[in-house]
Write a protein that binds this ligand. Structure first.
Ligand code: SF4
Length: 443
């Protein structure tokens, strides 16, 4: 008996993923669709018949990286033919430029067409395909994702964003907010629990806004329900908007030990005037108040943030306010960037008036200060024992294992081969600004 003919039967695929966890999660979903159509992992871009680049356009630099990768793929294509597809944010906003005859791109696929990737890739053997049309409801994937980690699983709870921060392209690439039904979220979490996943990471552009489309169940209640599923020991979520951290959410975190004492709360700027120009919807004072409330309930909470320097019109005094906010809040980690104008956004209409060298100087000052803060914080952990989920090996030394603690910080440690995928206790023996090192204790 022969089975149905699969459109990508035997095709070897590879991904290159830029950007955030949402993009990593999308890559896992796309891989699920490709494998359901008969494709198999290639192991590397060089040996693939189909390469999909999952792109990010949050900053101009990520887009530049895409175009340089496309240049490399064009040279590779001269040696052996293969298909190149572009997915993600850039696909959505640069759909007219990407398929130019010399680009080497065979198909462009927007977020809302991911379920059709196999059909689009197969058709692109004959003609260039551009499929980026939009939908307004949350669509369940009928096939499971191909998960990168067998221990830590992403679960999407919402897509899109309605905030329209002045600098941000996301509402234009991922569209308006769409919420996934609570029942589907819980079903996926139970499925991961049954497979032995240790950690659940709830994902969405703006998770705090979550509302079940039928019952109106909010994010705090959802979090408690997810944490109540037996099995996984840690639950995390990303991303929270600082203008909307209701007391119920802080209380749900505080009373539920399974919800990690870790929160990514993008500050962007420490200046109320800049925040206003960014249309962030909170002031410096309100942000600090939120941090105080959270820390009064959870003194051990480890906070992280995104910081933008050189936003149009940012004065030295306003920039200094960002530095003073960092000194006051003392984040466990930050992601910091120079402002770059993005198409379609409100800020794209402003004069990008901070010279590149000033942006670079400010970025260096932010990073130097944060490095000192992290080093000092890490030194307080010396000799302490951290619970760590061992997820892989150190990039620098494959004989050393790498994991993350509850605060989502990288911990490298010596341990036995069978520690992968387990929670282990690691005594911190040395620290650097960006990671912790230690030795595993037997439980
Ligand atoms: S909240 Fe603002 S920064 Fe975050 S995705 Fe939405 S528009 Fe972008």
């Amino acid at each position: 008996m022969t089975g149905p003919v699969l459109p990508l039967g035997g095709v070897r695929y590879a991904f290159h993923t830029f950007g955030c966890q949402m993009n990593e999660n999308d890559t896992e979903r796309l891989a699920g669709y490709l494998e359901a159509a008969g494709a198999v992992p290639a192991g590397s871009i060089e040996s693939a018949d189909l390469v999909v680049i999952n792109t990010c356009s949050v900053r101009a630099k990520s887009e530049e990286k895409l175009f340089s990768l496309l240049g490399r793929l064009r040279s590779l294509k001269k040696k052996h033919p293969f298909l190149v597809g572009v997915a993600g944010c850039v696909a959505q906003v640069r759909k007219d430029r990407l398929p130019e005859p010399k680009s080497g791109v065979d198909f462009v696929i927007g977020f809302d067409q991911y379920h059709r990737i196999a059909e689009i890739a197969a058709e692109s053997r004959h003609r260039k395909m551009i499929e980026t049309s939009r939908r307004r409801i949350f669509r369940e994937d009928p096939v499971p994702p191909v998960r990168e980690s067998p221990w830590s699983g992403y679960v999407t709870i919402m897509e899109g964003c309605d905030n329209f921060c002045a600098y941000c392209i996301v509402p234009f690439t991922r569209g308006r907010e769409r919420f996934r039904p609570l029942s589907a979220i819980l079903e996926e979490v139970r499925g991961l629990a049954a497979k032995g996943f240790r950690e659940i990471q709830l994902l969405g552009q703006n998770v705090n806004n979550y509302r079940d489309p039928k019952t109106g169940t909010d994010f705090a209640a959802l979090l408690s329900l997810v944490a109540a599923v037996p099995g996984p020991e840690w639950v995390r979520f990303l991303t929270s908007h600082p203008k909307n951290v209701p007391p119920a959410l802080a209380e749900a975190m505080a009373r539920t030990p399974k919800i990690c004492r870790q929160l990514h709360l993008p500050l962007q700027s420490g200046s109320t005037a800049v925040l206003e120009r960014m249309k962030r919807g909170y002031t410096r004072e309100r942000y600090l108040e939120t941090v105080r409330t959270l820390r009064s309930l959870m003194p051990e909470l480890r906070l992280s943030a995104d910081i933008i320097v050189g936003y149009p019109g940012e004065t030295e005094v306003e920039f200094e306010e960002t530095l003073s906010a960092l000194s006051e809040i003392r984040y466990a980690g930050i992601f910091s960037f120079c402002y770059s104008p993005r198409p379609l956004t409100a800020a794209a209409g402003l004069v990008d008036d901070i010279p590149p060298e000033v942006k670079r100087r400010r970025l260096a000052a932010v990073q130097a200060l944060q490095k000192d803060i992290q080093t000092a914080f890490h030194q307080t952990l010396l000799g302490k024992v951290e619970k760590v989920l061992a997820v892989g090996r150190s990039k620098k030394d494959p004989a050393v294992f790498a994991g993350r603690n509850e605060g989502n910080q990288v911990v490298n440690f010596q341990g036995p081969e069978d520690c992968l995928g387990r929670f282990v206790d690691v005594e911190i023996t040395s620290v650097g600004p960006y990671s912790l090192r230690g030795r595993m204790l037997t439980r």
